[in-house]
Design a protein around this ligand. Structure first.
Ligand code: SAH
Length: 260
């Protein structure tokens, strides 16, 4: 069997341990959507364990991996997409379905993958996959943690995030320089925020741009009402607010007729 030669620039670290692959894919058994999109299947170590009752699509940027998949997954040949996930028209692909996302994601673009998923949250109830451990922690940690930041608040506002387990570099070929971890994101029932969502994104991003400063200083450019910032929430630092607090903060800002 001719194997794909790993390319560093595509973040290719192929998982060798099939038990870990099974553990990741087993997360798919518990949900009720019928379409699954796997990002970066490589040589299909996860693909082969995806339950047969799901309709599987694969998106892979690498030509060599695409050739490998076409030979070894003949039954999926019509569902193999040769494209860059970040440029791919996901909205058109989703076409009003609800889909689950799975993958051992390329670490160099894993945050961008997650933000793209979040932008399509109306149709993506579930994601499970492998990230660089550091990024996995940032997604799952809560207020008070040093790792807590923009990606934590934004992911947690829409999804329940769960750190499942850590994975050693040894189980990959070639081994990455960093540790890895598998996490799971399940969309919240009430994932439509009770505030202006665009403003929420803006408030979170501006607040964390200066994470040591009080919120009222970081949000100066929003020209907040002088009475509004009397509220003690504006004296806090962003790392002390959970996603619900950020929603409340956004509601307060919205309630005053400010330029936003
Ligand atoms: N799932 C496989 C491969 C993981 S390595 C395994 O576990 O063994 C990450 C994979 O993502 C590689 O196959 C790489 O070619 C692919 N990839 C990298 N950038 C991508 C992109 N922008 N869009 C789609 N796939 C990408």
């Amino acid at each position: 069997m001719i194997l794909v030669k790993p390319k560093k620039k595509l973040g290719q670290h192929f998982l060798k341990d099939e038990n870990i692959a099974k553990k990741i894919v087993s997360q798919l058994y518990f949900d009720d959507y019928s379409l699954v999109l796997e990002i970066g299947p490589g040589m299909g170590v996860l693909t082969k364990f995806i339950p047969k009752n799901k309709k599987i699509y694969l998106i892979e940027i690498d030509k060599d991996s695409i050739e490998f998949l076409k030979i070894h997954f003949k039954n999926l040949i019509k569902n193999i997409i040769h494209d860059d996930f970040l440029k791919f028209n996901l909205k058109k692909f989703i076409n009003q379905n609800q889909i689950g996302i799975i993958g051992n994601f390329p670490y160099n673009i894993s945050s961008q993958i997650l933000f793209k998923v979040i932008n399509h949250r109306n149709n993506i109830p579930f994601l499970c996959g492998m990230f660089q451990k550091e990024v996995a922690e940032r997604i799952c940690h809560n207020k008070g943690s040093k790792k807590y930041g923009i990606i934590s608040v934004i992911a947690q506002a829409f999804y329940e995030t769960e750190f499942l387990f850590e994975v050693s570099p040894k189980v990959f070929s070639p081994p990455p320089k960093v540790k890895s971890a598998v996490i799971k994101l399940s969309r919240r029932k009430n994932f439509k925020l009770k505030c202006n969502e665009d403003l929420f994104f803006k408030v979170v991003k501006l607040s964390f741009q200066q994470r040591r400063k009080k919120i009222k200083n970081s949000l100066k450019n929003l020209h907040l009402d002088i009475n509004l910032i009397e509220d003690t929430i504006f004296d806090l630092r962003p790392e002390n607010l959970n996603y619900k607090d950020f929603i409340e903060l956004t509601q307060k800002i919205e309630s005053k007729n400010v330029r936003i």
